[in-house]
Design a protein around this ligand. Structure first.
Ligand code: UFG
Length: 328
């Protein structure tokens, strides 16, 4: 089966590509390489350097390739940036996603998996958060993902497109060869590890007055390999389950504060990590912890790295061995 992966040169997409190939799928990667790294793409995947804004080239590529499924990772993905530059998300993330969907249904693609986000749960009534929680986007980033989820709902009705929506909590960790290298980096774990490596002088904690156990934000960190595995299970489930669309939250069910992440990294790296308190970041939700009972129960998903220690340890291993990331 040929699977097309958009954003297959990015952090999560590249790991999904590797896992798909290991599981026996043929993979084509579609990436404009603006945020991703060519070196992260598995050598057995065919890469198409293409921008989702380019409708004509996109349609031509899809009708030529005729993939049997699309996994859509390509996206700007920063909550904070979306509060500063909302149109990058409300306009570009949405229109590029719609270009892809239009090209997909025109080319007769029947299976689609969307990378969605925990940022849809801005005001959770219950922690851990399950899929019945009200969808209230917490930022333009979340709003754009919500719109694409709705587009899938309608394309299922109009074109019979089978789809799965995977709402990630905080992706983290690395494989032995693939890790997190954003330019600039904004995510907590890689930034903390850069302090441990001496590449940064300190980590700024964005706010310590949240209603949490130590005043800093609580997040549920999930290993990137476990996320990738969930995509493979969801892809298989599109052919066996009868619901019009599948919706799953993906996290480990344990929340850690920013301070706890820093303490864990201090223990694992053996380096002290200088920290300061800064202002809260616009768009941040106090606590996001997933219930992933639904995907465990329905698809048999089982994380290999269910605890923060092992997630940070894999990330540290990668950062130590790739101190300049992918090195461009
Ligand atoms: N944080 C800091 N200092 C930093 C960076 C982050 O204190 O320098 C804090 C943030 O305020 C937040 C936590 O660390 O509380 C995690 O922040 P990240 O930037 O690593 O991740 P986010 O929770 O903002 O967002 C990530 C993904 C989103 C996804 C979201 C879902 O980037 O795409 O998880 O929970 F939507």
């Amino acid at each position: 089966m040929l699977v097309l992966v958009t954003g297959g040169a990015g952090y999560i997409g590249s790991v999904a590509v590797a896992e798909l190939i290991t599981s026996g799928y043929d993979v084509a990667v579609l990436d404009n390489l603006s945020l991703g790294h060519r070196q992260a793409v598995h050598p057995q995947a065919k890469i198409f350097e293409l921008d989702l804004a380019d409708k004509a080239q996109l349609s031509e590529t899809l009708s030529k390739l005729r993939p049997e499924a699309i996994l859509h990772f390509a996206s700007r993905s920063q909550v904070g940036q979306s509060m500063q530059q909302p149109f990058l998300y409300l306009h570009h993330n949405v229109s590029e996603g719609l270009n892809l969907l239009e090209a997909a249904v025109t080319a007769g693609v029947h299976r689609f998996i969307l990378s969605s986000t925990a940022n849809l749960y801005d005001q959770p009534q219950k922690i851990p958060i399950d899929e019945t929680e009200a969808l209230i986007p917490g930022s333009p980033y979340g709003e754009a993902k919500h719109y694409l989820e709705r587009a899938l709902f309608w394309l299922n009705k109009t074109h019979g497109l089978k789809f799965a929506v995977l709402r990630y909590f905080n992706a983290a960790g690395a494989t032995t060869t693939l890790g997190e290298d954003h330019r600039p980096e904004t995510h907590l774990i890689p930034l903390v590890l850069q302090v441990a490596l001496g590449q940064r002088s300190k980590i700024t904690i964005f706010g310590d007055q949240y209603p949490t156990r130590d005043g800093t934000c609580v997040r549920d960190y999930i290993h990137v390999t476990d996320l990738a595995q969930a995509h493979i299970l969801a892809l298989q489930a599109l052919d066996t389950r009868t619901e019009p669309g599948l919706f799953y939250n993906l996290g480990n069910g344990s929340g850690y504060t920013v301070r706890e992440v820093i303490d864990t990294a201090t223990r694992i790296t053996g380096h002290s990590i200088a920290q300061e308190i800064g202002p809260a970041r616009a768009g941040d939700v106090a606590a996001l912890v997933a219930s992933s009972e639904k995907i465990r129960h329905e698809l048999g998903w089982q994380p290999r790295y269910p605890d923060l220690e092992s997630i940070v340890a894999t990330a540290w291993d990668w950062h130590r061995r790739h101190p300049r990331g992918y090195g461009e």
